[in-house]
Design a binder for this molecule. Structure first.
Ligand code: COA
Length: 354
């Protein structure tokens, strides 16, 4: 019997190299060498998407070209609109996954096809969400990426809120070998097409331990009238040995820099500070009792609530941002592709007679 160590969930196992993203020794998340929080503070989401895919920020012509490409795919095939009307799907991520799979894409070029998919995500999400509520799909707008997403997700044009959403989209865009990106790379490594690879990613990001976490936070958060109720809730969950969504991370064991960035935005946004105080009370209690830090999803859920986004859209917003990281990783995987097919340590029965 081999004595091989088997880290559950591949925890701490380096499975490949990447030049796209890392967390440095001081805990900063870097996108292509830039601090993600600096990009979130100052860069346009489309420029960061371009950076992740191309390893450099775009010049003016490249910006225009990238925007034009994204806008080219703003419309939707009428047969797919009919499918959305028939489905009336309430689970937005199920809708997004299904539509991504069945859409009759028009691009032959692989790079254009991936951009086409990314550009269609906000449309699939918006139309699915509105149709499920009995509302008509919105006409599109030619606007900077986050502004278009804000409009498609809320039905409102609000450049200030779109500016704030832009920051969150940047922070959601990339995180090296997270579960959905890795699932996408596994599928890509079989030389499957990008649509199949992105459907793998969408199926994976949906889970509550990954992207689905942000959709569950308001369920408990909004009910607290004061900090004591929030602290009591944390202690009840700890006593029951139950997880609290929005806490813990495979990479960040003390501090998630993205969460702290969004927390700071919330501090500035929350005029009466009620929600902010509740959030801090939960964060403090979790740290005091379990030494588990808040992750991005915890503060992001409250942030999206304050921006007026419906809770049903939170995981979808994550996917509509992370999709640009998936494009970068698809390309990186295919540059030096080798089938991802690890081995396992067998612990089952042997020698049975048939
Ligand atoms: N609430 C309460 N306890 C938690 C916790 C949480 N959110 N996250 C981790 N823990 C505890 C585990 O129960 C475990 O305790 P134990 O050692 O007593 O069994 C310990 O912390 C280690 O957790 P583990 O799940 O093994 O860590 P991980 O690195 O595998 O998990 C997550 C990372 C993200 C899957 C995990 O923290 C989690 O499930 N968080 C909630 C979901 C979430 O917010 N996901 C979004 C991630 S960005």
């Amino acid at each position: 019997m081999s004595e091989t160590e088997v880290p559950k969930g591949l925890s701490g196992v380096i499975v490949d190299e990447t030049a796209i993203c890392t967390t440095d020794s001081t805990g900063n998340l870097l996108y292509r060498g830039y601090k993600a929080v600096d990009l979130a503070e100052r860069a346009d989401a489309a420029d960061v998407a371009y950076l992740l895919i191309n390893d450099r920020l775009p010049g003016k012509d490249e910006q225009d070209d990238f925007h034009r490409k994204l806008m080219k795919f703003a419309g939707i095939d009428s047969r797919v609109s009919e499918v959305i009307r028939i489905m009336k799907e309430k689970d937005i991520m199920r809708g997004l996954r299904s539509l991504t799979s069945l859409y009759p894409y028009s691009s032959d070029d692989r790079q254009d096809l991936m951009l086409e998919m990314a550009a269609r995500f906000p449309r699939f999400i918006s139309d699915t969400f509105r149709t499920a509520k009995g509302e008509e799909p919105l006409p599109d707008v030619d606007a900077p990426y986050a502004e278009r997403v804000y409009y498609l997700f809320t039905g409102k044009r609000d450049s200030e809120k779109a500016r704030l959403l832009n920051k969150l989209m940047v922070l959601y865009m990339e995180h090296e070998f997270n579960a959905s990106t890795y699932a996408m790379r596994v599928t890509a490594s079989t030389e499957a097409d990008p649509v199949s690879a992105f459907v793998s990613a969408l199926a994976t990001i949906k889970g509550p331990l990954h992207g689905g976490a942000n959709a569950e936070i308001l369920d408990f958060f909004l009910g607290f009238r004061n900090e004591q109720e929030a602290r009591d809730y944390v202690n009840r969950k700890i006593a029951a040995k139950e997880k609290i969504m929005g806490f813990g991370h495979r990479v960040y064991k003390e501090r998630d820099p993205r969460a702290q960035f969004v927390k700071e935005q919330l501090r500035k946004m929350d005029q009466d500070a009620h929600m902010f105080r509740i959030a801090v009370a939960i964060e403090e209690e979790m740290w005091e009792k379990k030494k588990i830090p808040a992750n991005l999803d915890f503060f992001a859920a409250i942030y999206m609530h304050m921006l007026g986004l419906d809770q049903d859209l939170y995981t979808a917003l994550f996917a509509a941002s992370r999709v640009f990281g998936w494009i970068a990783h698809f390309n990186e995987q295919m540059e030096h592709n080798k089938l991802i097919r690890p081995s396992s340590k067998y612990v089952g029965k042997t020698g049975r007679e048939f």
